[in-house]
Design a protein around this ligand. Structure first.
Ligand SMILES: [Mg+2]
Length: 215
């Protein structure tokens, strides 16, 4: 059985509670900032030229990015060993703590399976002690499954446009919010604000979520 489907099956959602489904990287965690710190300690640098990952890793002074296989290895190492470099997004823990008094919160992340332990520990340490669902691929079907378990309204928060589109397709009744925690990535992130409300600051985002869930 797929680990992600086990997570989904065991994840508890109250049958009448509003539901917040939330991503980790660039939503609860400042992924690019942490990844940049991690690879700098390995002698590489991250440049913010585009909304991509492996194409932004360079050896200092070089104009060609690192080859994708080497980039992928750094990425895998980071998920296993680099969580100490990962900082929480400002205001995220407070906002979710507040929302969780009146709603269920589920963390839906596409972390690689080998990063599960490290990710679970990081979330707990930073005040994100909510059910964790490790997903792979488009999040729409998983979000639809979770939302179908409650008669209450649901919201979904992610930084990536394809994931927001996936949820819009699989479960159009879920309200979508796009949030990009890193200031340098914000202008680079593809967005579609007509379809998915874009709010990059947690205090404002929390207010918008409250308006959707509790009114
Ligand atoms: Mg993300």
């Amino acid at each position: 059985m797929e680990p992600s489907s086990t997570d989904l099956q065991t994840c508890k959602v109250r049958a009448d509670a509003p539901l917040v489904i939330v991503d980790v990287d660039e939503v609860l965690a400042r992924f690019m900032h942490g990844f940049g710190t991690f690879i700098a300690r390995h002698g590489f640098e991250l440049r913010f030229d585009r909304y991509a990952l492996f194409q932004n890793i360079y050896r200092p002074g070089e104009t060609e990015h690192l080859d994708l296989i080497a980039g992928r290895m750094l990425f895998d190492d980071f998920f296993r060993d680099g969580s100490g470099d990962l900082l929480p997004a400002i205001g995220a823990a407070d906002a979710l703590a507040d929302l969780s008094g009146r709603a269920d919160v589920v963390i839906l992340t596409n972390a690689p399976e080998h990063g599960r332990q490290s990710r679970a520990r990081w979330l707990k340490t930073h005040g994100f002690d909510y059910p964790l669902v490790i997903n792979s691929g488009p999040k729409g079907p998983s979000a639809a499954d979770l939302a179908s378990r409650t008669s209450g309204p649901s919201v979904f928060i992610d930084d990536l446009l394809p994931q927001l589109d996936s949820v819009a397709t699989s479960a159009p009744a879920i309200t979508r919010f796009q949030m990009v925690a890193d200031e340098r990535l914000r202008p680079l992130a593809p967005a579609d604000p007509e379809r998915h409300t874009r709010i990059d600051l947690w205090p404002e985002l929390k207010t918008a979520i409250e308006l959707k869930l509790f009114l």
